[in-house]
Design a protein around this ligand. Sequence first.
Ligand code: GAR
Length: 242
Amino acid sequence: MSEKPTEDEAMDKIEASRKAYAQARKQNSRARTAQDPLKIAVLISGNGTNLQAILDAIDAGDLPVEVVLVLSSRPDAYGLKRAAKAGVPMMSLDRETYKNPQVADDIIATECKQHGAEYIVMAGYMRLLGADVLDSFPDHVLNIHPALLPSFRGAHAIKDAFDAGVKVTGVTVHFANASYDKGAIIAQCPVAVREDDTQDTLEARIHETEHVLYPWVLKHIAAGDVTLNTETGKVHIDNADE
Ligand code: GAR
């Protein structure tokens, strides 16, 4: 039988929940509209299909977000062509710059701030962001990962899941922190692995899922629905069934 808590213990509990409440941070203080969009910088390294899905959702009027900058870690990334086509400001860093990650981070933080970004949205950005960027945008850096974290972290998540023979894998959108693929999870969507799947067919369905999930998360952040409790590391989303 559990014992009745003493008055002190009860007070401690109340204090702890007050503290957790105070530390729970709404990710956006006002609901955004097309006239007052949430400004994001999108970081890419390759094809940029997630960037495209975000641009398409904005174009369709479904997402009160403005892409103020696309920054690529590779000058030859196809995603830069997508940014150019959409008329979005863009830039890329090269291998030489990344030889000193501190320099790269400093450029990224400065450029994102100068362009007025409120959030940094990593969409297939295959570099680790350092403290300079993360501290400049605390709890305002997002990442998408092609697996159900904490399973299959790293740069080959789809292959790793396929090779492991899992029956279900999926997609995760999470806050980024200094540890690769380890920040607070915002949303996940499962993808079933079929008997006749090849790695390519599985990858195609994972990408399709990503292209729905990332705009969905951004829509909820823009609406002010997303709260991160920095004490528990857990995320709450209001209106999650919409
Ligand atoms: C996406 O599948 C994304 O989840 C993955 O890179 C791909 C980029 O595609 N990111 C990671 O693996 C990060 N660990 P895209 O360039 O077509 O958006």
